[in-house]
Ligand binder design. Structure first.
Ligand SMILES: Nc1ncnc2c1ncn2[C@@H]1O[C@H](COP(=O)(O)OP(=O)(O)OP(=O)(O)O)[C@@H](O)[C@H]1O
Ligand SMILES: [Mg+2]
Length: 296
């Protein structure tokens, strides 16, 4: 994904173009490629006007054309990005997006953004569904068996789900980024300063940090949430050696049939990492209320 091409496209599009993109988005629920007549109807313009505008912005790479029995269009990832950014800007959340990437994700693109109150934030674009089947499987617990589900819908669902999780966790004092807003496949959260745990930051008291992480896993569990993909890649250690757990789209309810397995795997991942990298051992009996499900 090129952030420069995205920002350029976003800046070049006019209000009328966003209306057309919006119409294509709605049409995609019913058509593989949305016919020009349908776009025109949904946007409230004539088909000629729609064609004219699209011809004008086609080079921005926000839509893709199909030529065959009929001419139709679909949004590209960039087009979907533009729609989400437009909504967040209009809603008064984002003032600008920076070209500065924050970390690297396999299933997302995360950039710095600026809010209208001049807070630097993290802007996460979910990319689920465009790449591999394995990723889709990882989210099976909430996608269910709708295997034909489109990338657009999957990415949106991941963002919604992540925002929902953060909204439960953050107010309860679990160490997660503060949720600010979301639209479509994009989630805006506070920016957490620090180093991702897999980079093995030197810690003055590794056992204490491990303890804090597991305390938060437990707190999340107490409010009904299991992360489900916890590892050294999804934890940031701040300069004060506090932890912050992020990347929540795949969370499951503690009553979900997979919850015991996932919770166990989450805890084991972290405990093993601390053992391997920091030579720390943990007394699991401290986590009794999580661990009563470990007694298999
Ligand atoms: N709120 C935040 N503050 C600071 N950095 C963040 C924040 N959210 C995400 N990051 C950074 O962006 C990277 C990717 O984020 P995240 O793990 O949420 O996405 P992902 O695509 O699911 O990653 P993964 O590769 O683990 O699947 C993280 O490794 C982290 O370095
Ligand atoms: Mg991650």
């Amino acid at each position: 994904m090129s952030i420069y091409l995205l920002i350029n496209a976003f800046k070049s599009l006019k209000e009328i173009d966003f209306r057309i993109l919006n119409a294509i988005e709605r049409g995609m629920a019913h058509y593989e490629y949305v016919p020009v007549e349908v776009i025109a109807k949904l946007a409230g313009f004539s088909p000629e006007k729609v064609e004219g505008r699209i011809r004008n912005f086609y080079h921005l790479g926000v839509v893709q054309r199909r030529k065959g029995a009929y001419i139709g269009y679909i949004l590209t990832t960039r087009g979907y990005d533009c729609l989400a950014l437009n909504a967040l800007v209009k809603r008064g959340v984002l003032k600008s997006l920076s070209t500065k990437p924050i970390g690297v994700g396999k299933e997302s693109d995360v950039f710095e953004g600026l809010t209208y109150s001049d807070e630097i934030v993290a802007v996460k674009f979910h990319r689920l569904g465009r790449t591999s089947f394995r990723q889709t499987r990882k989210y099976r617990t909430y996608i269910g068996d709708r295997r034909h589900i489109s990338w657009l819908y999957q990415a949106r669902l991941a963002a919604e789900r992540e925002y929902e999780g953060l909204n439960i966790l953050y107010p309860k004092g679990v160490a997660v980024p503060r949720p600010i807003s979301w639209n479509r496949h994009v989630v805006v959260t506070s920016l957490v300063e620090g180093v991702v745990l897999y980079e093995v930051p030197p810690l003055s008291d590794p056992a204490d940090v491990l303890d804090k992480i597991l305390e938060n896993v437990k707190k999340a569990y107490d409010v009904g949430i299991v992360h489900g993909d916890l590892s050294e890649y999804n934890i940031i250690i701040t300069p004060e050696e506090e932890c912050c757990i992020f990347d929540w789209p795949q969370w499951v309810d503690r009553n979900h049939p997979s919850a015991p397995f996932l919770l166990k795997r989450d805890v084991e991942n972290i405990v093993k990492f601390f053992k391997r990298k920091y030579r720390v051992k943990v007394d699991v009996s401290n986590y009794a209320n999580i661990l009563n499900i470990f007694s298999d």
